[in-house]
Ligand binder design. Structure first.
Ligand code: NI
Length: 150
């Protein structure tokens, strides 16, 4: 188990657009393992590679339904709308309401380089949207519909 430092606040790495993953090699798989360890250690439900300082398109999510690793993910379908409170390991102690789709379908690669389809409703849909936003340098506070609560 290896933990990586979670970048927070105004760290500029959080505002960059990440590059696609071209080569899922051993060091990249170690990164995925470390991202999951770091997410669980911090009691998060998702973590994106830029949050540990790596500008590549990869996220890990576990909303209590098991670990999902998404490499080069893209949202291909959304339905509905949900408004709920959201937080982020890179913005400790804050929450705000964000409107997200209530259903999301995404395609991605798994660590074996195979294309996978992931569907999420409720919190999973929210987590997919939140983590994929990180890959484009977008933080949930950019989309908050109300006051940010500390
Ligand atoms: Ni986040």
């Amino acid at each position: 188990m290896a933990l990586r430092k979670i970048r927070t606040g105004k760290d500029p790495v959080l505002r960059k657009v990440c590059k696609p993953v071209n080569d899922i090699n051993d060091s990249f798989k170690t990164l995925l393992d470390d991202m999951a360890d770091t997410m669980y250690d911090a009691d998060g439900v998702g973590l994106a590679a830029p949050q540990v300082g790596v500008l590549r398109r990869a996220v890990v999510i576990d909303v209590g339904e098991g670990l999902v690793e998404l490499i080069n993910p893209e949202i291909i379908e959304t339905k509905g709308e949900q408004k709920d409170c959201e937080g982020c390991l890179s913005i400790p102690g804050a929450t705000a309401e964000v409107i997200r789709p209530s259903y999301v379908k995404a395609k991605a690669l798994n660590r074996d380089g195979e294309e996978i389809i992931v569907e999420g409703r409720g919190l999973m849909a929210r987590a997919i949207c939140h983590e994929l936003d990180h890959l484009d340098g977008i933080l949930y506070v950019d989309k908050a519909v109300g006051e940010i609560q500390y």
